[in-house]
Design a protein around this ligand. Sequence first.
Ligand code: SAH
Length: 453
Amino acid sequence: MSYQKNDVLTVKIEDMGHDGEGIGKCEGYTLFVKDTVIGDLAEVKVIKAKKNYGYARLMRLIEPSPHRVEPICPVARPCGGCQLQMLDYAEQLRFKEKKIAQNLQRIGGMTEIPMEPIVGMESPFRYRNKAQFPIGQDKNGKLITGFYAGRTHQIMENRNCYLGVEQNEEILNRILAWMEENSVSAYQEETGKGLVRHVLIRFGFTTKEIMVCLVVNGKKLPAEKKLIQSLTELEGMTSITLSVNRERTNVIMGKEIRCLWGQEFITDYIGKVKYQISPLSFYQVNPVQTEILYQTAMDYAGLTGKETVVDAYCGIGTIGIIAADKAKSVIGVELNPASVKDARNNARHNNIGNITFYQNDAERFLNEMQEQNAKADVIFMDPPRAGSTQSFMASAISLNPDRIVYISCNPETLARDLEFLKKHQYTAEKIQPVDMFPFTTHMETVCLLTRRK
Ligand code: SAH
């Protein structure tokens, strides 16, 4: 069955896409319908029809989903940050479990999925320790900041995002006031002119330390002292830095960081371990759930103190450092130099002597380990959204680990990679999803793979 533009149909919404659009089927034909949620029965009008799928506009809710809720954020709809605010939290969790299971079946070819129920948050708001706010101007030239509207680079004014910490608002107020008072310009993407592009704010949930990093299209700030004076009045201010980004690119951060005040990093804890975090380093954004994620990874690793461990895609060394306590030795590998620097300092500050960090491409590094006939007992791998590579995994397998603990932020690439590992003697034994990103379509998954005898 296929449909045409302007056809009016009744559709039951059963899934949601990356951008939070409802997805339903009409006689096998898939329709994407903005502003609908799982459970809605809706009358929709087709606006764009392809052979096997199409896009439709919501005309009327025939029967609203029992899981519909009023978003608490006034800009939830247009904002690109959240996608699931119209869905109650329990249903968000079910949606994520289903997404993982579907991917593991469809892409990973798994029939039995040894998955535990997803771990959600008790209080799913104000969980993010990091935010990047674009700075711009509205039509009248007034300075604004907030988040990009979905799929655009149009800034929606919002300084009080419910996913971020309350401190963000006052920091932004002060930065924009300083810009206004000192005629500091906002960067304009269209022309490449103007100075301030983004403000990165990080907050240590345990230490209460605050980092502010201004990303600028220039080498320095006018009236720098006034900005510092204003920001340092705020409790917890620890690090004020400048990131120079003069490229015409969508990449937010520049490669060069200059310290304006205080130190170049903040510190925070996960469990008992203290970490140093620099502006350019990756650090999990939800510290409450990270503790659960890492604990699960450790449980799955089953370390006894005798193991040789690899922590691949190790970031600032968080997983490897926790594991080092319970292993003979740990090797961490990470591409980003700033993260590796943090990782080395973190090992030192926590008096961990049996861990070594290498700055390298994880694939190349594992290939080299294979050439040297190296062995490992446990491999942690925590690749970015694009997942790992077959070459990395082939080398990982050659190290002959009893266990591979795969931590993933993307169920599609996880499923693809598990399929490869499954064909090469490793069985997915346990899978634990953790909701690290309430109100968004994102999730984290830990998977234990063991070698078949
Ligand atoms: N395990 C860490 C970081 C996970 S995020 C934690 O839990 O905090 C994924 C990390 O992979 C990032 O730090 C990123 O810089 C790194 N990365 C991306 N591509 C890589 C590659 N090809 N080789 C090694 N590391 C890479």
